[in-house]
Design a protein around this ligand. Structure first.
Ligand SMILES: [Mn+2]
Length: 280
């Protein structure tokens, strides 16, 4: 079972059968330029207390949502492959119990665990990735599973036609060639109307890399990539998924040691609040 944490995320209640479960995943193994994402789950929980439980955009309060912070997945000291197996096991338990897990990273590598858990239950799963980077490398400094290769591994497992990549503005020539096989990719954070219709009744895994935002908005991340969208655009996109079947989600790559005045952690906490309220 996950480790208990103090304090839990804003508005968390201990419930028999929660609809939404937050799981911290302090995985921080493959970030070579500047590590720090392992500290994010704790920091995001801590700063979430500075927010209100009520969203004026959604007219909804966390007290009206069956939401539990279940603590952290124990990934300390594990290699990425073993950590991903641990994440898959724990996320699967919650999905089988009828809950929507929201994984809070940690590095983007953890998404493979969340996707495996969701794909095990929903074979027609589509992964919707919001990210500055394609993360489609076949190999990253000799390693096959890192936050730079994770969507290549996901495409290998569920099929590239099950991957939608938005906000993209960075990758190698080879990664952009690989992105040509994805269901869709765009620099914009927007779904064309025909694709929106196609995805309307499909189970969706939503993965939000905080670096999809402009580094001016979210400086505390491992691989900042100017330019990028603003906070308003990100939450409006999330609201636009209101009628979609989101079965699992994650928010990754916040790096507290590189943050300014906890700004990125607060942005992440507010994105999570809106996502929890929307899905609840
Ligand atoms: Mn990423």
């Amino acid at each position: 079972m996950p480790l208990p944490v103090t304090p839990p995320f804003l508005g968390s209640r201990q419930l028999e059968s929660p609809r939404l479960v937050l799981l911290g995943v302090p995985l921080d193994r493959t970030q070579y330029y500047r590590p720090g994402t392992g500290l994010a789950p704790g920091r995001i929980r801590l700063v979430s207390d500075s927010l209100e439980t009520y969203s004026p955009d959604l007219h909804r309060d966390l007290s009206e949502v069956a939401f539990t912070d279940a603590g952290d997945v124990e990934v300390g000291g594990l290699r990425p492959e073993a950590a991903v197996e641990q994440i898959t096991r724990e996320a699967t338990l919650f999905i089988q119990a009828g809950a929507i897990p929201i994984l809070v990273g940690g590095e983007h590598t953890l998404t493979l665990g969340g996707v495996r858990a969701a794909h095990g239950q929903y074979p027609d799963l589509v992964v919707l990735q919001l990210d500055a980077h394609l993360d489609l490398a076949t190999n990253d400094r000799g390693m096959t599973l890192t936050h730079g290769t994770v969507f290549r591994r996901i495409a290998d497992e569920i099929g590239p036609d099950r991957l939608v990549q938005l906000g993209i503005r960075s990758g190698t020539r080879e990664e952009f060639l690989a992105a040509g096989r994805s269901r869709y990719w765009s620099a914009e954070v927007r779904l064309p109307t025909p694709l929106r219709r196609e995805l309307a009744n499909v189970p969706i895994y939503l993965s939000i890399d905080i670096d999809v935002l402009d580094p001016a908005v979210a400086p505390g991340t491992g691989s900042p990539e100017p330019p990028g969208i603003g906070f308003r655009e990100l939450v409006d996109f999330i609201y636009s998924l209101r009628n979609f079947r989101i079965v699992a989600a994650d928010l990754v790559e916040v790096s507290p040691p590189h943050d300014k005045s906890d700004l990125t952690a607060i942005v992440a906490a507010k994105v999570l609040r809106e996502l929890i309220l929307l899905l609840g």
